[in-house]
Design a protein around this ligand. Structure first.
Ligand code: MF3
Ligand code: CO
Ligand code: CO
Length: 254
């Protein structure tokens, strides 16, 4: 079922949840250093979430055990925080979803740790630009395919690939809702974008093949994914509010 439009009060709650997610992401991102484990980073993010009055939407979501997803290097998304030690030269996506007053804010960024290779810098810059180009393709009553088309065109021209099977999603009263927002598509196709609903734009951009390996997370039906060729993958994510005249990015940095 397509999402029901959000009323003024619900939009106000979305703004708050999204601002909190952006706060946790930027606060935690600044503290990522070589030598830390991804579990330590997750604990910092969870503490910050609680300090500012939110809760992680990820803990317990389909049995997922941690507060955030942390996806270094070849990990495409849903990386499970654990004993992986961050190294100088890594690229690390931190994905934060905060729940506040029944509403969800979802945002992620790929951080470059220390001296990163030129290839990795180019990929991370392209992933950010891919997200922004996708966002700029949003129009009220447009289509998810408008976003995917522009994203994939840009990424392909750069010589990279986009993940096709995983992507953005409606968000608001629930964490994952309609529509599915893929990082590829055709203009005017896909699902309709409805004013006064929210959704995420979160393309995953791979250095090499778009094929990936699915890995299980103990006790959870959530999977995590790695590139099939072991090359790098980068991602950025914002939560967007569609209005009747345009859109607003709700997860901009504080
Ligand atoms: N934040 C992820 C997304 O962008 C979803 C993570 S679900 C979890 O949609 F359970 F793995 F946390
Ligand atoms: Co998301
Ligand atoms: Co996310």
């Amino acid at each position: 079922m397509p999402q029901k439009p959000l009323d003024k009060e619900e939009i106000a709650k979305m703004r708050i949840a999204c601002r909190m997610a952006a706060d946790v992401l930027s606060y935690t991102g600044k503290l990522i250093k070589p030598g830390m484990t991804t579990l330590e980073i997750d604990e910092i993010a969870n503490d910050r979430t609680l300090t500012i009055g939110g809760v992680s939407a990820c803990i317990g979501y389909h049995g997922y055990p941690k507060s955030t997803c942390i996806s270094p290097n070849q990990v495409v998304c849903h990386g499970l925080p654990g004993d992986y030690v961050i190294k100088d030269g890594d690229i690390v996506n931190l994905d934060v979803t905060v729940k506040k007053d029944g509403f969800f804010g979802d945002t992620s960024k790929t951080f470059m740790i220390g001296q990163v290779s030129e290839d990795a810098k180019d990929l991370v810059a392209a992933a950010h630009e891919a997200m922004m180009i996708g966002i700029k393709a949003i129009t009220p009553n447009g289509w998810t395919g408008d976003i995917g088309f522009e994203t994939n065109k840009f990424v392909t021209r750069k010589g990279y690939t986009t993940i096709k099977e995983i992507g953005g999603h409606g968000i608001g009263r629930v964490f994952h809702d309609e529509p599915f927002v893929p990082a590829y598509g055709k203009k005017g196709k896909g699902e309709k974008l409805r004013p006064w609903t929210c959704f995420t734009v979160e393309p995953m951009v791979n250095e090499g093949t778009d094929e990936f390996i699915e890995r299980t997370i103990h006790g959870s039906s959530i999977k995590y994914y790695e590139t099939a060729d072991g090359l790098l993958s980068a991602q950025f994510e914002h939560t967007i509010l569609l209005t009747d005249t345009g859109y607003e990015i709700l997860t901009l940095e504080p």
